[in-house]
Design a protein around this ligand. Sequence first.
Ligand SMILES: [Zn+2]
Length: 242
Amino acid sequence: MTRVDEVMVPPRDARCFEVRAGQFFRITGVDGPQVGDLNLWNAHDLSERFFSGKTRQLHATHVSTGDRLWSSLPGLRPLATITHDTLDWYGWDEDGGGVHDVIGTRCDPYTNHLLTGADYQHCCHSNLTRALVAHTGMPPEQAELHIHDVLNVFMCTGFTHDTHQYFMKASPVRPGDFIEFFAEVDLLGALSACPGGDCGSSHSDDSTPCYPLHVEIFEPAPETLDGWSSPPASGYAGKHGL
Ligand SMILES: [Zn+2]
């Protein structure tokens, strides 16, 4: 593979990146343990976006190599397939925790305000909104509506054994760890370096150490894609009995 582009996502902020169908993108930890919140869209139609809930239903609460990131209805096709994950050794810990979850949505200023009464401007929801505004030029109130539930890259989460409540704990990610994806369709991506850092202590404030995340885009040798084609949208006729 040949690297064709790269984006460095600053701590407590987000950046957009574009990946063409048939290319790969890789998210790598640098400098310190850091969790990322990933949004993906069909680059030609932002209404087709990553569908966290359906991905959870089709695969598991946490995803790794071979799992696919499915798109919203009515498209319901794989947007990307995970091709490499240096944290696949983690598996499930004694608390029931795993990494790369599709259970925890994204941190947002509304929930933070509900829980603490404070206004914080660098939650992943806000970071992703600012990145989409900067990349597309669309108005903030329009861009915000495109932000959706994420793949929590590198994040270590689960549900407690006794009461089945969501928990997060410090991510095992270390500098150099990466997760890599194959783009099944032309993609617009946005990645936020979460203000929770490794998500092992405080969240939605500026007290936790945070680090950048590195996004790299790779082009494979052309013959390696012989016989592959970008997946079509769902074949369902869309009549709904009407
Ligand atoms: Zn976050």
